[in-house]
Unconditional design. Structure first.
Length: 257
C-alpha cells in the first residue's frame, strides 16, 4: 500500500473521501419522501466525480451505505439497494468512457446476489481505467474492515497467531478493503454532523476533516472547490513540528495600538 508521504505538496489532495450525508433532510425540507433525496444524491455524485477528475484528484471514496444503515426501515433499505443497482446500470458505461475505475468496498456478501453480480461486472469493465479511482463503500464499516483485515491476515499466514509480535501496521493495512489506495488526505462530511459514523477508522488517522452543513444533494463543484481551498491551507505535520515540515512560522498576532 502507498502511504501518504509527509513531504508531498499539499495543494491538491490525492485521495478525497466523502461521507455523503443529508439526503433525508433535503427531502424532508421539501415535503418529499426520503428516496427523493437519495435520488438527487446520485446527481451530486456525478457532479463531484467530474469535478474531482478536473481538479486532478486521483482517488475518490464515497460512503454510500454503512454497516449500521441496515438498521433503517426495510423499505428504505430496499429502495437504497434498488437505487444502487439502477445507478450502476445507468452510469457504468459513462464511468468507463471517462476513464474511471470503479470499485465497491464493504461486506459484499450481505448484498443481494444480483447486485453482487452487477458490481463484479462493473468492476471488471472499468478495471483498465486509471484517470480516477472511484470507490463506493457499501455495507461498509471501519470496524468490519479491521476485523476482516485481521481475519484475512491470519488466514494468509496462520502461524502469525503464535507470534503476534510479528503483526505490524503495514502487514494489517495490506488486508484492509482499500489497501490499493493511499490513505485519504481529505475527508468531507456533508449534512452538518461532526462525526465519523464508522467510516474508514484506520485510514482516517491523519486525514484533514472538513465538515459542512450543506446537504449532500446540494453539494457541487463549487462546494468541492471550497473544501479543496480549505485543505490547501492546512499544514500536515504527521506528528512532527511545524519547523520540521518546512512551513513558515505562524505570524504572531499584532497587538492593537
Ligand atoms: C445519507 O443521507 C445517505 C445514507 C446514509 C444512505 P441520510 O439518509 O442519512 O440523510 P439524513 O441524515 O437522514 O438527512
Ligand atoms: C453515515 O451517515 C453513512 C453514510 C453516509 C452512508 P448516517 O446518516 O448513517 O450517519 P449517522 O447515523 O447520522 O451517524
Ligand atoms: Mg444521515
Amino acid at each position: 500500500m502507498t502511504r501518504n508521504a509527509a513531504d508531498r505538496p499539499a495543494a491538491v489532495p490525492r485521495h478525497v473521501a466523502i461521507i455523503m450525508d443529508g439526503n433525508g433532510r433535503w427531502a424532508n425540507a421539501r415535503h418529499l419522501p426520503r428516496v427523493a433525496g437519495h435520488n438527487r444524491g446520485v446527481d451530486a455524485v456525478r457532479r463531484v466525480m467530474e469535478a474531482c477528475v478536473r481538479r486532478g484528484v486521483e482517488y475518490l471514496t464515497l460512503f454510500a451505505f454503512s454497516s449500521e444503515n441496515w438498521r433503517r426501515p426495510a423499505d428504505e433499505v430496499s429502495t437504497l439497494m434498488r437505487l444502487f443497482m439502477t445507478a450502476l446500470q445507468k452510469e457504468v458505461s459513462r464511468l468507463n468512457e471517462n476513464g474511471v475505475r470503479l470499485r465497491v468496498a464493504g461486506d459484499l456478501a450481505t448484498l443481494e446476489p444480483e447486485l453482487q453480480r452487477r458490481i463484479t461486472q462493473a468492476q471488471a469493465l472499468t478495471e483498465g481505467n486509471a484517470r480516477l479511482k472511484l470507490t463506493v463503500c457499501a455495507s461498509y464499516g471501519g470496524r468490519w474492515d479491521m476485523i476482516n483485515a485481521m481475519r484475512s491476515l491470519l488466514a494468509a499466514d496462520p502461524s502469525l497467531a503464535n507470534r503476534p509480535q510479528d503483526i505490524d501496521e503495514a502487514s494489517l493495512a495490506q488486508h484492509l478493503a482499500l489497501a490499493f489506495a493511499p490513505e485519504p488526505d481529505l475527508l468531507i462530511r456533508t449534512g452538518g454532523e461532526r462525526r465519523i459514523s464508522n467510516f474508514m477508522l484506520w485510514q482516517l488517522a491523519y486525514a484533514e476533516l472538513y465538515f459542512t452543513d450543506q446537504l449532500w444533494p446540494d453539494f457541487d463543484a463549487v462546494s468541492l472547490d471550497a473544501a479543496l481551498a480549505w485543505y490547501a491551507q492546512r499544514e500536515r505535520r504527521f506528528g512532527r513540528t511545524s519547523q520540521q515540515v518546512g512551513a513558515p512560522p505562524v505570524p504572531a498576532p499584532v497587538a492593537p495600538a
